[in-house]
Ligand binder design. Sequence first.
Ligand code: DON
Length: 340
Amino acid sequence: MFEHDAVDVEQRALTGALPPRSHVAELVAEAHARYAGLDEGEVADYIPVLGAADPARFGLSVVDIEGTSHEVGGVGDTFSIQSISKAFVFALVCEELGHEAVHDRVGVNNTGLAFNSVMAIELNGGSPMNPMVNAGAIATTALVPAASAEERWELVRGGLSRFAGRELELDNTVYRSEAETNHRNRAIGRLLQSYGRLDPDPLETVDVYTRQCALSVTAHDLAVMGATLAAGGVNPATGEQVVSAEVCRDTLTVLASCGMYERSGEWLFEIGLPAKSGVSGGIVAVAPGKGAVGTYSPLLDPAGNSIRGQRACAYLSRALGLNLFASIHRGASELEASHV
Ligand code: DON
């Protein structure tokens, strides 16, 4: 789907910094203009209330590690964070329990299957596989150290709010709509319990997970949350150290391999950035040491990833020189000069 995305700006190699601010603003405006008219894809409706989303909505925000934002379109439109919450709950749990524990309990490998696959659990002997699919996210939420479901929810809400730099609130309509219809996630919770992979009550854990997915955010919030992961865990808007730099590294690694589900390889090949999507239409893509892109557009591809969001990220990755895997050969004289 990316073959028409050739950009006429120079393909920049990694520079260690974003281009000058006026240039970033111009390219963000260009990315929005290019894809605002793209009407491919479907709005998700397996959570009934999401089916009412306006397909014309499109917000695009870039926030750098100093907290400067460049934004176009509906960047203040609210939507439920959905699966994007998984990245930040994972970071909070890594901060509490450490690298080894989350690796052992949840896993870090892609399933190659859909985000809500039950078969993936069965094929892998009960392992939830990674924290970005529903099974792994439910298992991760269960690891938030708390004495009750209510306390677990408050820790999740408070933690995600620190990433966003403002108090995030529950969208009750989305929560109720999903809670009334999430039989599959409840089955996943029970299945994980049957394999001894979930310590707290599975239905209470799925309920906390459902609430975390129904937190209301904007494209700007996503960019700030992503920029916090890009900045060694320091929120560039508030200056607060939310998680450690090591946790950011681990979280971004899992996003690179699993954040875009069974399309993660294709995404990395085309865009070269760790990212996470949500079924209500959000995407956050993170450029470590530089900043993050937050997008909102509810028209999705069959894997559940926003189409305009993917295109805008692809364009900005090339135009801003964000691809992690890009390099240029430095000439011999330049290398000699750097060694004196
Ligand atoms: O559990 C679910 O199915 C939703 N609350 C979240 C799924 C989601 O966002 C998948 N993303 N593309």
